[in-house]
Design a protein around this ligand. Sequence first.
Ligand code: ZN
Length: 89
Amino acid sequence: MTEEPRRRPILKLKNPPKVVIPGARPAPPPPPVQHDWKCKPCGAGLSVAADLADDAEIRCPACNAKLGTAGDFRADPPPARLRARPAKR
Ligand SMILES: [Zn+2]
């Protein structure tokens, strides 16, 4: 008497439960970074935070050159010692 071994049914989750975090929303895509200034020595873009003190030293994030103070960046027109130029929008 030959009996086929009973096949065990393969259990599949047809609808896997989704992990839902209450109150969580899909993160919106980050806005494109807009730089206000460009480092004169290397051309990297940078922005100057509005809450910096006027005498705060601004350095290029890429080449670490001292570009001027936050006050220099806010002056209109920018002083000649400022080593950054306004980025074109
Ligand atoms: Zn630089």
